[in-house]
Design a protein around this ligand. Structure first.
Ligand code: ATP
Ligand code: MEV
Ligand code: MG
Length: 397
């Protein structure tokens, strides 16, 4: 029986360059955000697994013997190296009463939870009777990697609860992280959760959620950036809803339809990521303004490319126009089609210019805030180390 309570968290992410192209083997540069998803796991001695996801309106619980019977009834093996099969997902949908083609946030979140719970139980031993609550500072479905932060939290909690990885938080410590080997296992199971939610993810979002910091990602290869300057980034949420799964599928369709037109665009995005990496690694920790014109131009070119591959949106065009009227450069981040955009702020951008841009963006109905990037990856917390807002959210849910 599991007897400990755990609280852990994983960060969201911002993709500087390479979204979508990374699904097709190109380079992406991504950084962890100071907005996180939190998961609390508590023992529940009732022979039930209970999951509450207030962000998507889910409250579900299942008897552990029913879950065990379902897992035993699966013909195919669960493995972190194999994609969830259509048959497995159909069986889980039927079990959870989710309609065949359902793609609502609550259906995908429930399905990802059930898949990970059963797959991890099948491989490492049954997940004990627990009560799981997930709460997030991230907007859902807005391009900031909320699905990956959710999947990373679930992977870390479930692997810990069934003993596949350690529980590294010692008495008296406020936070702790897992070993590299354990992080690799968390990342590979989080990727499975992303596969349930996204269909065909590249893995960049869960890599950032797991390792945090700033990294280069290409075809599963994760390389922390050598040096990351302090970048000031304004994040704007257009609040236009969209689905990463649908947008990724749309890009694939376009590539299949117009390979000779689309592949050079993806190659150009790849070159932008590489150029940006060279500039960032050459910049001192507190860079002077001279480095910024290149970074700004790369934002502009990539934003055009993202429109060409079909993931722009009038709200994002508006965001770019509004910030351009204040001399600032923006691009969409994540899957596009609405969601969030990022605006690069120069060290010499005056607070007045930032305030004026924010005011105009808010007047469009957008929400915007300045962010810090390079946050730590998945982390265990002692309850006493959590800030008041998180404690409040976890206790009232
Ligand atoms: N806090 C949460 N609780 C439960 N499920 C969540 C939570 N956050 C995200 N999800 C799941 O992730 C889905 C959103 O994922 P999606 O990939 O479309 O957007 P995103 O991850 O926010 O953006 P992007 O992939 O572009 O960075 C939701 O539909 C839901 O199933
Ligand atoms: C659009 C995409 O490139 C980034 C979503 O944050 C999808 C992926 O990499 O899985
Ligand atoms: Mg996502």
């Amino acid at each position: 029986m599991w007897e400990r309570s755990l609280v852990l968290s994983a960060p969201g992410k911002v993709i500087l360059h390479g979204e979508h192209a990374v699904v097709h083997g190109k380079v992406a540069l991504a950084v962890a955000l100071d907005l996180r998803t939190f998961l609390r796991l508590r023992p529940s001695g009732e022979g039930r697994v209970c999951v509450r996801l207030p962000g998507v309106g889910v409250v579900r619980s299942w008897d552990t013997p029913r879950l065990q019977a379902l897992r035993r009834g699966f013909a195919a093996d669960f493995d972190e190296s194999k994609s969830p099969s259509v048959e497995q997902l159909d069986t889980l949908k039927e079990f959870a009463g989710i309609a065949a083609g359902a793609s609502a946030p609550e259906s995908l979140a429930t399905l990802a939870f059930l898949y990970m719970c059963l797959a991890i139980s099948a491989k490492y031993g049954d997940v004990p009777s627990v009560d799981i609550l997930v709460w997030s500072e991230l907007p859902t479905g807005a391009g900031l990697g909320s699905s990956a932060a959710f999947a990373v939290c679930l992977a870390a909690a479930l692997l810990t609860a069934c003993g596949a990885i350690s529980c590294p938080l010692k008495e008296g410590e406020s936070t702790a992280r897992w070993t590299e080997e354990e992080l690799t296992l968390i990342n590979s199971w989080a990727f499975q959760g992303e596969r349930v939610i996204h269909g065909n993810p590249s893995g960049v979002d869960n890599a950032v959620g797991t390792w945090g910091g700033a990294l280069r990602y290409q075809s599963g290869k994760i390389t922390p950036l050598k040096r990351v300057p302090t970048l000031r980034i304004l994040l704007t949420n257009t609040k236009v809803p969209r689905s990463t799964k649908v947008l990724v599928a749309g890009v694939k369709e376009k590539i299949l339809k117009f390979p000779a037109i689309m592949n050079p665009v993806l190659d150009s995005i790849d070159a932008i990521s590489q150029e940006c990496q060279s500039v960032l690694e050459a910049m001192p920790a507190n860079p002077s303004p001279e480095y910024y014109p290149v970074l700004e131009e790369l934002f502009d070119i990539n934003q055009h490319h993202l429109n060409v591959i079909g993931v722009g949106h009038p709200s994002l065009d508006r965001l770019c126009r509004v910030t351009a009227s204040h001399g600032l450069h923006s691009k969409l981040t994540g899957a596009g089609g609405g969601g969030c955009g990022i605006t690069l702020l120069r060290p010499d951008t005056s607070p007045l210019a930032v305030e004026a841009a924010k005011r105009d963006l808010c007047a469009c109905g957008f929400e915007c805030w300045e962010t810090n990037i390079g946050a730590p990856g998945v982390t265990l917390h002692s309850s006493s180390s959590l800030n008041a807002e998180v404690l409040h959210a976890l206790s009232k849910s």
